[in-house]
Design a protein around this ligand. Structure first.
Ligand code: BGC
Length: 448
């Protein structure tokens, strides 16, 4: 959602695939496992649970490089990795959005309903009210929000039965320790220095426990906005360098555990103005591919999510002048450039956030991401995407929720939220920003 970078940090050299040994982050044991039970040098086989042991870096401060090899082991199937799963699972077949009704977030509907009461102009208020019927993702940005997922799944399950439709619940998994390592606005609740990895596992376990109770409801998840893109371009930021191993381990854990309960996942892949720069495409593709194959090609991973909480067009009629120098000046061009570079069976399917992309050419620099002035709601979620690579246009960022505070004395104040093209008087990230919502409504394209 955030950073633009033409900069490219050298990723570590390819790891040799040692015969008979599992790679870093690979499986090395557990009930039903018949593969290698030892790990390559620098990794230790660690029991995660009775069903799953994993090769983890030998010590937290290990200098072991990240998994950047393109292993030849990706087969598209994986053995089960969590208690309660039923054995070998198969990859998601077809577009997971086809034939499903998307569950409307009650949390967002409530925010919108409150917002409408504050709009005096009846025409604008009526337009604003319709936003509650447009599906957005439900952000599990704190562990305290996880129980609400159970409530929504129960509701979706009962609607499914009463209406005779298939329901799909959209979530964002967003609680990594040392979250938002290259910025300040969305720093989260967990810290690597203070038990963050274990806290994150617990967060994922709680999500899994909720989902397991409703196997009849389909769940689609965006995994950890910005995290992997930060590992491609922002390892010069000490907090990101320090978080690298933890992010990789935690995202691997999330992919495996959520896969075991059937969640369909799109890993966040930044946007055209970030990983879409030619120098960044190949390292990004390598990172996604190696992470996926080293995790055992989790069957729930369907592809990548782009433009989350950003403002880029799917197809720009003319390139925004700020994109100059990047031939991939919109999300379609970025996706078409990235897809062929993904290897080792990585599923090249995409979803693209267009929630706030209705108005183009509004930024002073492509890297501006915070409450950009003049943005309007964009193309509505649809599976009519114009590309066989793109499963659906989606609204991931709930429009009206803030990107970051403009209060310079807040510990989460990020200078991007004080730029001339950022909307002033902004509250903390994730909280409601009424003035911003009203602009999104007024400038919606197509109109509401
Ligand atoms: C915030 C989260 C919020 C999300 C969606 C992020 O910028 O940090 O707290 O849930 O946006 O609005």
């Amino acid at each position: 959602m955030k950073i633009t970078s033409t900069g490219l940090l050298a990723l570590s050299s390819l790891l040799p695939l040692a015969l008979g040994q599992s790679q870093l982050y690979g499986q090395c044991g557990g009930i039903g496992w018949s593969g290698a039970t030892t790990c390559v040098s620098g990794a230790t086989c660690t029991v995660v649970n009775a069903y799953y042991s994993q090769c983890l870096p030998s010590s937290a401060s290990s200098s072991t490089p990240p998994p950047t090899s393109t292993s030849s082991t990706g087969t598209g199937t994986t053995t089960s990795s969590a208690p309660g799963s039923t054995g070998t699972t198969t990859p998601v077949a077809g577009n997971p959005f086809e034939g499903y009704e998307i569950y409307l977030s009650p949390y967002y509907a409530n925010e919108v309903a409150n917002a409408v009461t504050q709009i005096s102009d009846p025409t604008t208020a009526a337009a604003a009210a319709t936003v509650a019927n447009i599906p957005t993702f439900i952000w599990l940005d704190q562990v305290a929000k996880v129980p609400s997922l159970g409530t929504y799944l129960a509701d979706a399950s009962s609607k499914q039965q009463s209406e005779g439709k298939n329901y799909l619940v959209q979530i964002v998994v967003y609680d990594l320790p040392d979250r938002d390592c290259a910025a300040l606005a969305s720093n989260g609740e967990f810290s690597i220095a203070d038990n963050g990895e274990a806290d994150y596992h617990n967060y994922i376990d709680q999500i899994v426990a909720q989902i397991k109770q409703y196997p009849d409801v389909r769940v689609v998840a965006v995994i950890e906005p910005d995290s992997l893109a930060n590992l491609v371009t922002n390892l010069s930021v000490p907090k990101c360098a320090n978080a690298q191993t933890t992010y990789l381990e935690c995202v691997t854990y999330a992919m495996q555990q959520l896969s075991a309960v059937g969640v369909i996942m799109y890993l966040d892949a930044g946007h055209a103005g970030w990983l879409g720069w030619p120098a960044n495409l190949s390292p990004a593709a390598q990172l996604f591919t190696s992470l996926y194959s080293n995790a055992g090609s989790p069957s729930g991973v369907r592809g990548l999510a782009t433009n989350v909480a950003n403002y880029n067009a799917l197809v720009a009629t003319t390139p925004d002048p700020i994109t100059q120098g990047d031939p991939n000046y919109d999300e379609m061009l970025y996706i078409e450039a990235l897809a062929p570079m993904l290897g080792s069976g990585f599923p090249a399917h995409f979803i693209v956030d267009q929630g706030r992309s209705g108005v183009q050419d509004i930024r002073q620099q492509w890297g501006d991401w915070c409450n950009v002035l003049g943005a309007g709601f964009g193309t509505r979620p649809t599976t009519n995407t114009g590309s066989s690579l793109i499963d659906s246009i989606v609204w991931v960022k709930p429009g009206g929720e803030c990107d970051g505070t403009s209060n310079t004395s807040s510990p989460r104040y990020d200078a991007h939220c004080g730029l001339p093209d950022a909307t002033p008087n902004a509250p903390e990230a994730g909280t409601w920003f009424q003035a911003y919502f009203e602009t999104l409504v007024e400038k919606a394209n197509p109109p509401l």
